[in-house]
Design a protein around this ligand. Structure first.
Ligand SMILES: [Zn+2]
Length: 78
């Protein structure tokens, strides 16, 4: 199981509509500012979306603090 899947499973349903919550990882940036991944927790049913801290991680494996953070943030809203 990938690291993102592991954290997806910890997400509670959407606080607004009870829909299934998920996590997307977005790779961004290149060149002088480096590149990395940002994680976004979102509801598959409505438009609720929460973005992880905008920090650069070189690989998904290094995203763990960010994933932890977004899951905690999402679950606080439920
Ligand atoms: Zn929702």
């Amino acid at each position: 199981m990938g690291i993102v899947e592991k954290y997806k499973l910890q997400l509670k349903p959407c606080p607004f509509c009870g829909g299934k919550a998920s996590i997307d990882e977005v790779s961004y940036g290149s060149g002088n500012y480096g590149s990395g991944y940002q994680v976004i927790a979102y509801c598959a049913n409505c438009d609720l979306k929460m973005e992880g801290k905008d920090t650069s991680w070189e690989s998904l494996e290094n995203c763990e603090p960010q994933l932890k953070d977004i899951v905690a943030k999402w679950n606080r809203r439920v």
